[in-house]
Design a protein around this ligand. Structure first.
Ligand code: NAD
Ligand code: MG
Length: 380
């Protein structure tokens, strides 16, 4: 039996992780946490009977305690609660399915407590990769990628331990606005931006896919996960989302991982690595495909990629600024306070005024996020 804890259990990755638990009898959920959806959390509690549940809001925690009073489940709240769930004694592995930089502290604490991490929460690695990766090594814990591109790379390098990677080729779908000009993006609405062609995901990452900031974040995520220099990481657009990413080795061989777009595969692979388990679902039919399309990304319109490379080049706290500015700008866009293209303007402004802190501590990272938020409140 493998005991798992999930932070962010009510979201897209969280609920698909629970689907994997349903189909594998040797997985047992012992701890769950989520933001505010207590209706779903209560349902999950009744089905999976974890020992402990974290909910962000203390008032909601009180409601949940009443709703689940017939069970012996400890219900906790706030950041302390999230950390309790992430470090829960019985859990061997924590799925970080929470969205945003709020995941940093619980992830760090989980690693300190010796838990393996099935990492979906990319914002944590983007901002604190230089802290997380050495800490994981020191504590002897595995960071197992859940993001489909990184899982693909992870699958490609399995068994290649002594061989040198010469290039990572990260694939992007191009999102709902692939091929559009800047002019055409001026007045796009939130619902236009939420229409992702291939993947059904949480709102924040869906907007990130439309701006291609998501791909930028993934370049930084890959830099930390696989210790590959940014100049050796390339992004290509693969609009069918069937090549999930590729690795080129020093002899010129390229390995790719392909499959239908289904996050359950990377989630399950992370939970059972290196074992492959049966997974129901559609299979690729190459005879029905009209070729495999690969394109160059349009970096002029979709500035998310260049922001990522620039922030890696500047280093220190700059990736935090890129990520924090994006988190805030996307929230403003989702609340219809700014236009789509203003997401880029805000990130650009925040990055241009920031005074870089080299080798930032966790405290520096969280302070930088606060400063970025305050700065954006001032300028909009
Ligand atoms: P989502 O919005 O669907 O779910 C987010 C989860 O985080 C929810 O359970 C929510 O309750 C929880 N949460 C938010 N704020 C919280 C708080 N303050 N305290 C406790 N819980 C909180 O998001 P998602 O699409 O599942 O994405 C989750 C992460 O996985 C993101 O970092 C995303 O970039 C990454 N990811 C997602 C996908 C995907 O297919 N959805 C693919 C690759 C990577
Ligand atoms: Mg991805």
């Amino acid at each position: 039996m493998k005991y798992i804890s999930i932070i962010g259990s009510t979201g897209s990755i969280g609920t698909q992780s629970l689907d994997i638990v349903r189909t594998n009898e040797d997985l047992k959920v012992v701890a769950l946490a989520a933001g505010s959806n207590i209706t779903l959390l209560e349902k999950q509690a009744r089905e999976f009977k974890p020992d402990i549940i974290g909910i962000w809001d203390e008032d909601k925690a009180k409601e949940l305690r009443i709703a689940l009073s017939e069970f012996d489940i400890r219900i906790v709240s706030g950041m302390d609660g999230l950390i309790e769930v992430a470090t829960y004694e019985k859990a061997e592995i924590v799925i970080t399915a929470i969205v945003g930089m709020i995941g940093i502290k619980p992830t760090v604490e989980a690693i300190k407590a010796g838990k393996d991490i099935a990492l979906a929460n990319k914002e944590t690695l983007v901002t604190a990769g230089h802290i997380i990766m050495p800490l994981a090594k020191e504590k002897g814990v595995n960071i197992l990628p859940v993001d489909s591109e990184h899982s693909a790379i992870f699958q490609c390098i399995h068994g290649e331990e002594n061989n040198k990677i010469s290039r990572l080729l990260i694939t992007a779908s191009g999102g709902p606005f692939r091929g559009k000009t800047r002019k055409e993006l001026e007045n796009v609405t939130v619902s236009d931006a939420l229409k992702h062609p291939n993947w059904s995901m949480g709102h924040k990452i869906t907007i990130d896919s439309a701006t291609m900031v998501n791909k930028g974040l993934e370049v930084i995520e890959a830099r930390w996960l696989f210790d590959v220099e940014p100049s050796h990481i390339e992004v290509v657009v693969q609009p069918q989302s069937i090549i999930h990413s590729m690795v080129e080795f020093n002899d010129g061989a390229v390995k790719a991982q392909l499959g239908t777009p289904d996050m359950k595969l990377p989630i399950q692979y992370a939970l059972f690595y290196p074992e492959r388990r049966n997974l129901a679902g559609e299979r690729l039919d190459f005879t029905k495909m009209n070729g495999i399309i690969i394109e160059k990304p349009d970096k002029e319109v979709f500035k998310g990629l260049d922001f990522a490379y620039t922030s890696l080049e500047k280093g220190g706290s700059m990736p935090t600024v890129f990520n924090a500015a994006n988190e805030k700008a996307v929230a403003l866009f989702l609340n219809e306070k700014i236009k789509f293209l203003e997401i880029y303007d805000i990130i650009e402004k925040c990055m241009s005024v920031h005074k870089i802190i080299q080798n930032p501590t966790l405290e520096d990272i969280l302070n930088t996020q606060n400063e970025v938020n305050e700065y954006i409140n001032k300028i909009i």
